[in-house]
Design a protein around this ligand. Structure first.
Ligand code: ZN
Length: 84
């Protein structure tokens, strides 16, 4: 079976497992693909940034809910009406 790396265009005659070893940079029977590693690093960096953005937006929501909860607490105690 012949496999060609989409990124570095290296040809392999050994099947998909060798190709994967090449793509994921597993040191073994093949030389790791530098092109793929760049791509993978980029994807990993992007997904990490997305994850952080998600975490930030979630914590912002939580903060908002906390504030609303505090206002409800104040309203329950009647302090809110007095304050107005
Ligand atoms: Zn490659």
């Amino acid at each position: 079976m012949r496999v060609t790396c989409n990124f570095s265009l290296t040809e392999y005659t050994g099947g998909i497992s060798r190709y994967k070893q090449h793509q994921f940079g597993i040191v073994g029977n093949v030389t790791p693909c530098t092109k793929t590693l760049e791509e993978v690093n980029l994807i990993l960096r992007e997904s990490e940034e997305n994850r952080l953005a998600k975490v930030n937006s979630i914590s912002a929501e939580v903060h908002e809910d906390d504030e609303r909860a505090n206002l409800q607490e104040i309203a329950k105690d009647g302090k809110w009406e007095k304050a107005c």
